[in-house]
Design a protein around this ligand. Structure first.
Ligand code: SAM
Length: 332
């Protein structure tokens, strides 16, 4: 793709199409979620949730040290892959005004007014080799975008090639598997009344029928659609292993956060996160509609799937949450 193909002027309509009533990108067929105002709003909730989890910061690990360490001659650069609405890139550019921050995405959904050290580019990163310079970046950040990457292992290899020695790779991905009451519901029951055993806890944990059947059914359908598109839905829980396989890092830290969805936490900070997550998922459930329809699920069934999941979220018998996997690693 040449620069001419990706230069975005005032009229950006050539970079979008419409799928089942929602605007989406034209560069990649695998990534099926929309690229419209509702999605941008959802990304802003997502961004704030992660900030809360990181204690008000935008990163984990020694990012500040790497980006401000004195006596370094080269221009320091940060790359945010799958930047979405670009909030993370913009805030990083504000925090580190001497650092060049680039955000990359499939669709030009980022603000046009940005700090002078921040820019956005269009690129489909779902390719075996990426058009980015080797050993060029000090920090590479990839958050919540594995559902647009067919070969995540190869993707991480490419990010590793682009990272300088001593640079930091940050990968953050949420599970696409429902959790209720803090436990993963890992077994898709064929009999809707069967007992589901938590994959984390040892005890038979909850009854599918009495727990969150609508919530569970939608996520199962979503995961099936992703798998049909060639997405490995287990990537989030394997981020640490994927980084380790490259053999290029000597410090790998794997962390997990369980994010409440809804108004049920008693702790004030968790309640705030739960409210933000509730707003995010309130947008995410209908955003799955085009993908489910394109997979051939009849319209009436898609409607029921989304409505039932919404009901389980609005009137939870068992409080839903989502597990977020956070990994950072320093390149040798
Ligand atoms: C769920 S959003 C996350 C946005 C942002 N990283 C955040 O955490 O707030 C996923 C973003 O990744 C982008 N994306 C997915 N697959 C991609 C690919 N193959 N190449 C470039 N961007 C991709 C999507 O267009 C979307 O904007």
């Amino acid at each position: 793709m040449s620069d001419d193909d990706t230069f975005v002027g005032d009229d950006d309509s050539e970079f979008f199409t419409v799928l089942q009533g929602r605007r989406r990108n034209v560069l990649n067929d695998r990534y099926m979620l929309p690229a419209d105002e509702d999605e941008i709003r959802r990304y802003s909730y997502h961004h704030r949730i992660l900030q809360f989890i990181f204690g008000g910061r935008n990163y984990v690990g020694p990012v500040k040290e790497v980006l401000t360490y004195p006596g370094v001659k080269h221009k320091r650069r940060v790359l945010d892959v799958g930047t979405g609405g670009g909030l993370w890139a913009i805030e990083m550019a504000d925090e580190f005004p001497r650092v060049e921050v680039t955000g990359v995405d499939l669709a030009p959904i980022q603000p046009r007014e940005v700090p002078p050290n921040c820019s956005f580019e269009l690129c489909d990163l779902d390719h075996p080799s990426l058009p980015y310079t080797t050993l060029n970046y000090d920090v590479i950040h990839a958050r919540s975008m594995h559902t647009g990457i067919g070969n995540y292992q190869q993707f991480v290899k490419e990010l590793t090639r682009m990272l300088r020695p001593g640079g930091i790779l940050i990968l953050i991905e949420p599970d696409s598997q429902p959790v209720v009451d803090g436990h993963l519901l890992g077994i898709p029951p064929h009999d809707p009344c069967s007992t589901v055993t938590s994959t984390l806890g040892k005890r038979p944990h909850t009854s599918y029928a009495s727990g969150a059947p609508g919530w569970f059914a939608l996520w199962e359908a979503y995961r099936t659609c992703l798998q049909r598109k060639g997405i490995d839905v287990n990537v989030p829980s394997h981020l640490g292993a994927i980084i380790r396989q490259t053999g290029a890092y000597d410090h790998i830290r794997v962390q997990e956060a369980t994010i409440p969805i809804g108004f049920w936490p008693k702790d004030v900070t968790l309640l705030t996160i739960g409210q933000l997550a509730w707003m995010e998922y309130d947008h995410l459930l209908p955003a799955m509609r085009p993908m489910l329809l394109e997979a051939g699920i009849p319209e009436w069934k898609v409607k029921v799937l989304i409505e039932d999941a919404h009901r389980d979220m609005y009137e939870p018998v068992m409080p839903p949450s989502v597990r977020m996997h956070v990994v950072h690693a320093i390149k040798k």
